[in-house]
Design a protein. Structure first.
Ligand SMILES: [Zn+2]
Length: 279
């Protein structure tokens, strides 16, 4: 009994003075959000846990973390928990309200060979997906990003995030990025600072680049004509990493741009407005 009281007291003391706030207040599946934590004790390691994923942070007084509600997250109440190292119960938590959101439908009629995959193609697609999933699941806690994610190309958004796609009447997976139409050869820039963690030629994505921005944040650039970076290279925000093309499965020259935050698929457009650049 006294052990229990001691444990509770310890947890209360650890959590004392720590506060967490979520911005913005109105969130839905696909929303990135900022978690501001105040009162972290210097020299202590903490774990932030949300939607079954954890991110480790070192106590430095206060910190702003970027998290996200996955496109597939059900509406309702969820919780962000903060753990101190070595303690199994959260020292503090904050609730997150996930509102329902009706993403629009998109109906496309495309030639049959464009929609149906041969067993060989399917095998390739699954292999490529697994490779990217392994990249996104890797634990990379160091922050490389800074405030102000930028639009990676000058162009027009033709397909927004989250649309439910129907190809020749059949429902397919939703659109997990934004398509930005631009002329072939238009420069594509890194949305933020980071390290290139993948370059390659994929069945759907065509010539592709993935950048690791640290703390579980990744950006994806698909359908490039060519890329000018290599795996392991450090890139700065707005640095040119390649050029718009129409490689892979695409109907015209466009950049497919996607963002993952702690393995959650979020709307890049919301990220631009959430993280304004502080001049
Ligand atoms: Zn796309």
């Amino acid at each position: 009994m006294s052990f229990l009281i001691g444990t509770i007291l310890f947890i209360l003391l650890q959590g004392h003075g720590i506060s967490m706030t979520v911005t913005p207040a109105g969130l839905h599946p696909g929303s990135p959000f900022m978690l501001s934590i105040q009162g972290l004790v210097t020299g202590t390691t903490y774990n932030v846990e949300f939607d079954k994923r954890a991110l480790s942070v070192s106590g430095t007084g206060s910190t702003d973390l970027l998290l996200g509600i996955d496109l597939g997250h059900p509406p309702g109440t969820d919780q962000v928990n903060l753990y101190a190292q070595g303690i199994t119960m959260p020292i503090t938590f904050t609730t997150v309200q996930v509102q329902g959101y009706a993403y629009p439908n998109q109906y496309l009629k495309l030639p049959k060979h464009f929609v149906e995959l041969t067993p060989f193609q399917l095998k390739r697609v699954l292999k490529e997906q697994a490779k990217l999933d392994r990249i996104f699941a890797a634990d990379k806690t160091r922050p490389l990003w800074q405030m102000g994610f930028i639009m990676p190309v000058n162009g027009i958004i033709t397909t927004p995030f989250g649309v439910k796609r129907f190809l020749n009447g059949e429902q397919r997976s939703p659109h997990t990025g934004i398509d930005i139409a631009a002329g072939i050869g238009t420069p594509v820039m890194a949305t933020n600072n980071g390290i290139v963690c993948f370059t390659g030629d994929m069945f759907f994505g065509g010539k592709s680049v993935v950048i690791d921005h640290g703390q579980g944040i990744y950006s994806m650039y698909f359908h490039l004509r060519n890329y000018t970076v290599k795996k392991g290279m450090r890139v700065k925000k707005s640095q040119v990493i390649g050029y718009v093309g129409m490689t892979g499965r695409v109907t015209g020259p466009a950049l497919h741009f996607g963002i993952r935050v702690m393995d959650s698929r979020v709307d890049p457009q919301l990220l631009f407005s959430l993280t304004p650049k502080i001049q």
